[in-house]
Design a protein around this ligand. Structure first.
Ligand SMILES: [Zn+2]
Length: 203
């Protein structure tokens, strides 16, 4: 014969179930605009890789970014620091000449897929960051996976492990809603997905 759980145990079980359900709900809704398929929008009135200095902000000596993306990146880096995590951008905005350089570099190694077609890189909009020495499975990467969404930063699906173009270090800013939620967040109503000129691998 099985003993009946007493009332307090049943209540405790309800409590556990409630906590599990609450956790699932929180995880489901609390990722902001961070989705594998969400991509940054372009910058209205600007050309990729040829941004005028007024739309850029200096985040660190090695990182200029689009103003809104850069402001969120500063907050992201500061928040990480309080958690004992050091995030150092190696590069953010990449001008057209820089995109040509990296495309040639990788194509010469027979790996064109590692660099965007010049003029299509998200770095050319100032809305991507490559973190120095960031690798999958590290504390830094796991922290970003947990918290970057809160600052509008997303790890795109094409850069995930097992894709053939995996890049732990490459993160993109979709804090204005990105292509998936264009127009739902402040200041995005005039932007459209077509401004991004997406390509299969677009960094
Ligand atoms: Zn990148």
């Amino acid at each position: 014969m099985r003993a009946k759980p007493d009332a307090s145990r049943r209540i405790a079980r309800f409590g556990e179930l409630g906590a599990v359900v609450a956790t699932i709900i929180i995880v489901a809704v609390a990722c902001g605009y961070a989705y594998p398929d969400n991509r940054p929008t372009g910058v209205p009135g600007q050309q990729n890789g040829k941004l005028t200095p007024s739309v850029l902000t200096t985040v660190t000596s090695r990182c200029k970014a689009e103003r809104n993306a850069g402001a969120d990146l500063r907050r992201l880096i500061a928040s990480a620091r309080t958690a004992g995590i050091t995030l150092a951008p190696a590069e953010c905005y990449r001008d057209y000449a820089g995109q040509v350089y990296w495309r040639n570099y990788w194509c010469n190694l027979g790996r064109c897929q590692m660099a965007a077609v010049p003029g299509t890189s998200i770095h050319g909009w100032g809305k991507a960051v490559d973190f120095d020495n960031l690798r999958f499975g590290t504390r830094e990467y796991e922290w970003l996976k947990s918290y970057a969404w809160f600052y509008g930063w997303n790890h795109p699906g094409w850069a995930e492990p097992g894709t053939g173009s995996a890049e732990a270090w490459h993160w993109e800013w979709v804090g204005d809603g990105g292509t998936m939620f264009s127009g739902r967040a402040d200041g995005t109503s005039s932007r459209s997905a077509s401004e991004v000129a997406p390509s299969p691998v677009d960094r």
